[in-house]
Write a protein that binds this ligand. Structure first.
Ligand code: GLU
Length: 330
């Protein structure tokens, strides 16, 4: 298949053609494996593949299974971090969880040896700590607060997948262990079981690639949902969230991601990836087969192509995307 370049895209193709070509190019790639350590995730149809781009002026472009539901899993970590920053402020969050890439897998039982804090909010230990902060503010209303805010970012009411929640709750002993260790080092001071339960629930929120694109566009639009016009997140919290997505958002692949894709993003073991092209676009991909680091194989490949073809890398000659992309959001 011919490679579509940004310049030829300018001349001959619209964004829909570029998305369709990216989708067609990677559809035959069946490498990787569906996550099976949460039993209910193992029943996902591995063949689904969707890509969506949402612009900051409210337009949506999709290819493939962009409206097929799956569980958000770790993609939620970025959004709950943003929420916690707003609820208690940067300093109180930083006192509990750092912003250093750990280079460890998502479920590592490792804390910063100097501070005893989890390395960053994008690994499980950090996200459970962030849930402890939100639980400290909202108590038993914490899940409602989280799903409301994620729904506002997506621009529609999201729901939780009960089966995936129950499946993780029944098997999530490692995350419970992380919760108790966090309590032991003082990163958590609330009821561990309730906080880990909150974490399991938020991981089981159902989204589509379109939702992830819209949620990314809300971050790209400095916290305002471009479709509803609602200010969902605070400006400073968005900046800090994008920074940590950029450095830590794709597990122990984050350095290569920054090098090859160059946009803030967060991936999840449900097969979703949410990327943010600041001030321009949100990108959502969904394909459940994961590589050894836990990132969606087709999702990573699609992001690399889109970044190259649309000039999205933050360190490309313009840090505001290509002329072509800017033309989309006029
Ligand atoms: N619920 C999953 C876990 O904690 C989320 C992992 C992920 O998506 O990285 O194991």
């Amino acid at each position: 298949m011919d490679t579509v370049t940004a310049s030829s895209a300018n001349a001959d193709f619209g964004i829909d053609s570029i998305l369709a070509a990216t989708h067609a190019r990677h559809l035959p790639n069946v490498t990787g494996a569906v996550a099976d350590y949460i039993p209910e995730l193992a029943v996902a149809d591995p063949d689904h593949f969707g890509i969506a781009i949402a612009t900051v002026n409210g337009k949506l472009h999709t290819a493939g299974d962009a409206d097929h539901p799956f569980t958000i899993q770790s993609v939620a970590k970025a959004f709950i971090y943003c929420l916690a920053l707003e609820l208690v402020g940067r300093d109180a969050v930083m006192a509990r969880v750092g912003v250093e890439p750990s280079g460890d897998p998502f479920n590592a039982i490792e804390f910063d040896p100097h501070s005893n804090r989890p390395f960053n909010p994008m690994v499980n230990a950090g996200a459970i700590t962030v849930d402890g902060i939100i639980h400290g503010v909202a108590g038993s209303d914490a899940f409602e607060l989280i799903i409301d805010r994620l729904s506002q970012a997506a621009g529609r009411r999201l729901t939780m997948d009960e089966a995936v929640y129950r499946s993780e709750s029944e098997t999530g002993h490692r995350n419970r262990a992380i919760g108790h260790l966090l309590r032991n080092v003082g990163a958590l001071d609330g009821p561990v079981d309730e906080i880990v339960d909150l974490y399991f629930r938020q991981c089981a929120i159902r989204v589509t690639a379109t939702d992830l694109a819209r949620m990314g566009a809300t971050l790209a639009h400095i916290g305002e949902n471009p479709v509803t016009g609602q200010q969902v997140f605070e400006l400073d919290a968005v900046r800090n969230t994008l920074a940590v997505m950029f450095t830590c958002g794709t597990y122990d692949f984050s350095g290569t991601w920054a090098y090859d894709v160059g946009v803030p993003a967060k991936s999840g073991v449900g097969g979703g990836i949410c990327g943010v092209v600041n001030r321009l676009l949100g990108i959502g991909t969904f394909s459940p087969r994961l590589d050894v680091k836990g990132n969606s194989v087709r999702g990573v490949a699609s992001f690399i192509d889109l970044a190259n073809e649309l000039g999205l890398h933050v360190f490309d000659c313009s840090n505001a995307g290509s002329t072509f992309v800017r033309s989309l959001v006029r």
